[in-house]
Design a protein around this ligand. Structure first.
Ligand SMILES: *Cc1c(COP(=O)(O)O)cnc(C)c1O
Length: 233
C-alpha cells in the first residue's frame, strides 16, 4: 500500500510535467491533453488510490473489470474510458459503466452500441480505433476502410463521434512510433474534411511513447505501467 503510494506520488508529477513539456513543443498547453490512467489488472484499492491522487480519467480494457472496480470507486468519481476491444454482446453494459468508448471499429458494433445508449437515454462520446500499422492480429479498422466507416458512424443517434484512436505496433524506441502517430493525425484530418466537421480527439500514446504522441497531436494519452508499475499479468 505504502509502496504504491510512494510510487504514484513520484511518478504522477513527473508524467504530468513530461506531458506538459511535450504539449508545449507542439504549441499547445498541458490542459489540451487528457491523461487517462489505465487501471486494467489493478486492484480496486489501487484504483481508489489513483482517484485520491487526482486522476479523474480511468481507462479499462474489460467491461467486467470496470464493474469490479466500480464496487470500490464510485461511478461518478471519475470518467471511465473503455479502451479495449468491445464484443457486441457486451454493448448493453457500456452505457451504465463508461463515459467514453475509444475502441469502436466496425459498423455492427457501433450500431449495437448506439441503440443501447439511446435506450439508456445517453449520448456516448466515441472514437474509431484505427489499425494504422496494418498488423493482421490487431483490432481496429484498416486505414483504407476508415472514410466509409466514419460516414456510417457519424449520423448514429446515441453516439457522438469525437475522433480516432490507435495502438501502434510495439517498438523499441519511442521515436519509431512517431510515423504511426503522424499517420493517425493525417487520417483524422482527412476524415474531418470528408465529414465536413471537426474530429477533435486523437487518443494515442502509452507508457513508452506518450511524449512522442503528444508532440504529434495526441489529445488523450493512455498510460498504465509508467504510472502504476509493471503489470503482473
Ligand atoms: C494496456 C493499454 C494501455 C496502457 O499501456 P501501458 O503501456 O501500460 O501504458 C493503453 N492503451 C490500451 C488500449 C491498452 O490496452
Amino acid at each position: 500500500m505504502n509502496t504504491t503510494h510512494a510510487s504514484l506520488a513520484d511518478r504522477l508529477p513527473e508524467i504530468r510535467a513530461r506531458i506538459g513539456a511535450a504539449a508545449a513543443r507542439s504549441g499547445r498547453s498541458a490542459e489540451a491533453v487528457t491523461l487517462v490512467a489505465v487501471v486494467k489488472t489493478l486492484s480496486a484499492e489501487v484504483v481508489a488510490e489513483a482517484v485520491r491522487f487526482g486522476l479523474r480519467d480511468l481507462g479499462e480494457n474489460r467491461v467486467q473489470e470496470a464493474q469490479a472496480h466500480q464496487l470500490a470507486v464510485p461511478r461518478e468519481a471519475a470518467r471511465w474510458h473503455l479502451i479495449g476491444h468491445l464484443q457486441r454482446n457486451k454493448a448493453g453494459k457500456v452505457p451504465g459503466l463508461f463515459d467514453v468508448v475509444h475502441s469502436v471499429d466496425d459498423l455492427e458494433l457501433a450500431t449495437a452500441l448506439a441503440r443501447r445508449c439511446r435506450e439508456a437515454g445517453r449520448v456516448m462520446p466515441v472514437m474509431i480505433e484505427v489499425n494504422v500499422s496494418g498488423e493482421a492480429s490487431k483490432f481496429g479498422v484498416m486505414p483504407d476502410a476508415l472514410g466509409p466507416l466514419l460516414e456510417q458512424v457519424a449520423p448514429l443517434e446515441g453516439l457522438e463521434l469525437r475522433g480516432l484512436m490507435t495502438v501502434p505496433e510495439a517498438v523499441d524506441q519511442p521515436d519509431e512510433a512517431r510515423a504511426a502517430f503522424a499517420r493517425l493525425r493525417e487520417l483524422r484530418d482527412a476524415g474531418a474534411a470528408r465529414l465536413g466537421r471537426p474530429l477533435p480527439e486523437l487518443s494515442m500514446g502509452m507508457s513508452g511513447d506518450y511524449e512522442v504522441a503528444v508532440e504529434e497531436g495526441a489529445t488523450i494519452v493512455r498510460v498504465g505501467s509508467a504510472l502504476f508499475g509493471a503489470r503482473r499479468a
